[in-house]
Design a protein around this ligand. Structure first.
Ligand code: ZN
Length: 194
């Protein structure tokens, strides 16, 4: 059974939170029965000035929120203006690389976790806007654009950095990479294989 069928009240709650925060809110179950939410999030300055309107598509894992696996967030807008290259933390399919799941600090079992996720997305898009400006400049100068603020390396290297900085993970704990597998069946094996 899919999570949105097993827990319809939680699915309703997710939609209620998203419809408050997103313009042009939509939600549904797609062809392979994945629950999704879509809409446009305003990215504001500290003074309330609107910098960007980012259209997002959020897909839930089929067993959400088991093993604290987060939803996947895709950027639908900006594909003509922003680049998903370099250290942009945007994957080739425009999935946002928001955090190493084990380091998000968000407990997705909490029914208000989507609010926390939107706060992370807002900060991410704010930084992304700065990064994309830097990236545009480096086209002329040939320098490497730097991500604003602290970050992990992009992709697999970032997951390894995060795991190495943790003070020890139980073999049966969810893998910090967010795969939904136990650590012993996922990155613990990958480390052993090195
Ligand atoms: Zn893993």
């Amino acid at each position: 059974m899919y999570w949105h069928e097993a827990n319809p009240s939680r699915w309703k709650q997710e939609q209620a939170i998203a419809s408050d925060l997103l313009d042009d809110f939509e939600a549904g179950i797609d062809g392979d029965r994945t629950a999704f939410i879509g809409g446009t999030l305003g990215v504001y300055s500290a003074h309330g000035h609107l910098y960007e309107s980012a259209t997002l598509h959020i897909e839930y894992p089929k067993t959400f929120p088991a093993r604290n696996r987060p939803p996947s967030v895709y950027l639908k807008s900006h594909r003509d203006r922003w680049k998903n290259t370099g250290n942009s933390h945007i994957e080739t399919d425009w999935r946002l690389c928001l955090f190493v799941p084990g380091e998000s600090g968000i407990d997705f079992a909490d029914s208000t976790s989507l609010k926390a996720l939107f706060a992370v997305i807002h900060t991410f898009l704010f930084k992304q806007r700065i990064y994309q400006k830097r990236l545009a400049k480096t086209v002329l100068s040939g320098e490497v654009a730097q991500w604003p603020g602290e970050d992990r390396s992009h992709g697999e290297r970032g997951i390894r950095e995060a795991i190495q900085s943790m003070s020890g993970i139980g073999r049966n704990a969810p893998c910090p990479c967010g795969s939904g597998l136990k650590y012993k069946k996922c990155h613990m094996r990958k480390f052993e294989r090195r």
